[in-house]
Design a protein around this ligand. Structure first.
Ligand code: NAP
Length: 277
């Protein structure tokens, strides 16, 4: 690698203008005095394959992949990690020196790393995990919960067949609960995770009844705009331990940054402030 080589990374998607990833990776590059840059890359479906083929030829060491390319990214890679196969989607590409493309998924890692950091003592095996939602994010969450030793995942989704499909994939630890009953499982849960987009600025309100929440239950929301969602506010009021969705976003970027730029970055208050500021 010559002295003039500046390693580049970026996020590939169709609405990357508001992505927090460029700010995060640039902050870490500055903080650790590393050469490199990270840019938003607006790429349509039709151009995805060509872009992934071309980026390594212009100094890119890798990229994040976001909506709507997470599934297609798997098909474009030469090699795919086991966890990306299990999740059925990739959020990270690594362009190797030999020209090959490696696809991985760090969302599940980010999810459990965030809980471990912000809810010390949290373990997936502490009791049933209630997962609301069965979209792409839920796939990453469920696979990482099972990998982390969860014994029971109570899964509830508005469109029940999508939850049933995840049960078929992830096995007997998953129990599907009808969406109208979602509030009823909170009482038994040691961990509650909202993976739906409900409660997000601009989306529908989160309306699952929360009176079943108990003191000490760990409650986390993948939605991070706003940072303190209705779910987290009500969980706080019920004496739960709450973890916001920004932690997952920051932690999923750690293994990406390490592989691209060669340094494992810290996720701390300073990092959060840099991203929120
Ligand atoms: P997705 O694949 O589109 O799934 C959306 C989920 O929300 C589905 O389960 C869907 O249920 C449910 N939903 C949407 N509108 C609903 C409504 N009105 N009533 C009930 N359920 C509704 O999206 P995703 O990729 O999984 O992302 C989900 C959320 O997680 C987004 O807000 C995203 O920003 C967030 N996220 C955060 C992180 C992080 O790092 N913090 C990472 C990934 C995702 P149906 O199946 O019935 O449609």
């Amino acid at each position: 690698m010559s002295m003039d080589y500046i390693p580049l990374a970026g996020v590939i998607g169709t609405s990357v203008v508001h992505s927090k990833s460029p700010r995060l990776h640039r902050y870490w590059l500055r903080r650790y005095g590393l050469r490199g840059d990270y840019v938003p890359l607006h790429v349509t479906d039709a151009n995805l394959a060509q872009v992934v083929k071309t980026l390594p030829k212009m100094g890119f060491v890798g990229a994040n992949v976001t909506i709507p390319h997470k599934v297609a990214a798997i098909e474009l890679a030469d090699q795919v990690s086991d966890r990306a196969i299990l999740i059925g989607a990739a959020n990270t590409l690594i362009f190797r020196d030999d020209g090959s493309v490696y696809a991985d998924n760090t969302d599940g890692y980010g999810f459990t790393a965030s809980l471990r950091q912000s809810a010390p003592g949290w373990q997936a095996s502490n009791g049933p995990c209630a997962v609301l939602g069965a979209g792409g994010a839920a796939r990453a969450v469920i696979s990482s919960l099972i990998e982390a030793g969860a014994t029971e995942v109570l899964l509830s989704n508005r469109t029940r067949p999508k939850a049933e499909a995840l049960k078929t994939e992830f096995g007997s630890k998953v129990r599907v609960v009808d969406w109208v009953q979602a509030g009823n499982v909170l009482e038994d849960a040691a961990t509650v995770i909202n993976t739906t987009s409900l409660g997000m600025t601009g989306a529908a309100e989160f309306r699952v009844p929360l009176d079943g929440l108990r003191r000490g239950t760990v409650v986390t929301d993948l939605v991070y705009t706003p940072l303190r969602t209705t779910l987290l506010q009500q969980a706080d009021a019920a004496g739960c331990i709450t973890v916001d969705g920004l932690g997952m976003l920051l932690h999923q970027a750690v293994p990406c940054f390490e592989r691209w730029f060669g340094k494992r970055p810290d996720v701390d208050d300073e990092t959060r402030a840099a991203i929120l500021g």
